[in-house]
Design a protein around this ligand. Structure first.
Ligand code: MN
Length: 200
């Protein structure tokens, strides 16, 4: 099944300026983006490229560089690759209506775990995508972000039975490395990393 079937089914091309998927993947690089999105509730959309689309999670409190904090991340439908460039306003009344800015973006490297706590970077894109695809099915992925605000190693881990009744709940966790910042709060950053747009 087309990974974007759900994405396309809940949006009306004639009403929203969101992308519908024309970008061809780069041959060697993998990209991530974090979009700050003021819809019904303010949240941060965290997206990681794999197999030609962006796997996506909505993080109500935003990502953090503080390893003591585990952020709830609700998995949402895969988005087109070119969504990583999107900022602007989704019309009110449409799915996700509200303002979007690019809060962080960059490349990322998938990580494998060769022994408990021993991570290795998977640098070949085709292998990295397999690692991510399998991890998504298994409910645990690890990756190294090279963003402007988010850097270093993280994990996304699917929860079991928490919060009650929520099937798509994951936790975003910062691994301990030189990029740790205790008390890091996404809300302190209100600007786009690619334009002069601002979203408080
Ligand atoms: Mn969103």
């Amino acid at each position: 099944m087309d990974k974007l079937t759900k994405y396309k089914s809940i949006r009306d091309k004639s009403k929203t300026s969101e992308p519908f998927g024309d970008e061809k993947p780069d041959s060697s690089k993998l990209y991530f983006v974090v979009q700050k999105h003021r819809a019904t509730a303010l949240h941060y959309d965290f997206r990681l490229e794999y197999c030609g689309v962006m796997a996506s999670w909505a993080i109500p409190k935003g990502p953090t560089l503080d390893p003591a904090v585990r952020r709830l991340a609700m998995q949402t439908e895969d988005h087109p690759l070119d969504y990583r460039h999107f900022e602007g306003t989704i019309p009110q009344g449409e799915y996700g209506g509200g303002e979007v800015i690019i809060w962080d973006s960059g490349m990322y490297i998938a990580e494998g775990e060769i022994a408990k706590g021993v991570r290795v970077k998977v640098k070949v894109k085709s292998e990295a995508e397999k690692v991510i695809e399998q991890g998504l099915k298994k409910g645990e992925i690890k990756f190294y972000l090279e963003g402007k605000r988010l850097k270093g190693s993280f994990a996304l881990v699917k929860t079991k039975g928490f919060p009650p009744g929520k099937k798509n709940a994951w936790l975003l966790i910062k691994h301990r490395d030189k990029f740790v910042k205790e008390g890091f709060d996404a809300a302190e950053f209100t600007t786009s990393v690619v334009s002069d747009k601002k979203l408080v």
